[in-house]
Design a binder for this molecule. Structure first.
Ligand code: AMP
Length: 172
């Protein structure tokens, strides 16, 4: 399955100098999307490499995290922008490749010691996932691994992920 052909490059979006990786063609191809999600779940279906929960940042992370959580039969935890979650939250501010952001997580969504798989569509600078990892830590849970559809390796986002295993289906 050629996933790379289902990713569309959009130059200068949302700002000049950013080459945006558009996943719309991937989402428009059910066979490719199913393959993608199955590939993301596969490492964590191996005995000895299981996780206790799957967490993702909105919005595109949710698209992949929900089916992976179902395949793994594990809880799904939502990391959301400010003023979206109705219950008590932990929050972390962070820098993006383009701009600033803040992520929130319900304080009761993870329990201490749980091993969490963090998912997103794109690993760019790693700011989002570093913030996500901080939220996981606030709950006393631990990051088991990260999984991305696309890794922009030239931005060296991995360096901010503290040596935890990183799985990327496509690397640029
Ligand atoms: P970062 O925090 O820099 O790793 O950025 C990751 C988040 O921003 C992901 O949720 C992506 O959806 C989005 N993102 C950053 N850079 C790009 C890009 N070049 N193409 C598509 N999405 C991107």
């Amino acid at each position: 399955m050629d996933l790379a052909s289902r990713i569309r490059d959009i130059p200068d979006f949302p700002k000049p100098g950013i080459l945006f990786k558009d996943i719309a063609p991937l989402l428009g191809d059910p066979e490719a999307l199913r393959h993608c999600v199955e590939q993301m779940a596969a490492p964590f279906q191996q005995p000895g490499n299981t996780v206790d929960a799957v967490a993702a940042a909105e919005a595109r992370g949710f698209i992949f995290a929900a089916p992976v959580a179902l395949l793994l039969n594990k809880p799904l935890v939502l990391l959301r922008k400010p003023n979206k979650l109705p219950h008590t939250t932990h929050s972390v501010k962070y820098d993006l490749e383009y701009g600033q952001a803040e992520l929130h997580m319900h304080t009761d969504s993870l329990t201490p010691g749980q091993k969490v798989l963090l998912i997103d569509d794109v690993l760019a600078t790693g700011g989002t996932m570093a913030a996500a990892a901080e939220l996981v830590g606030r709950a006393g849970a631990v990051v088991a691994a990260y999984s991305f559809v696309i890794e922009l390796s030239f931005l060296e986002g991995r360096k901010r992920l503290h040596g935890h295993p990183v799985h990327s289906l496509l690397t640029y």
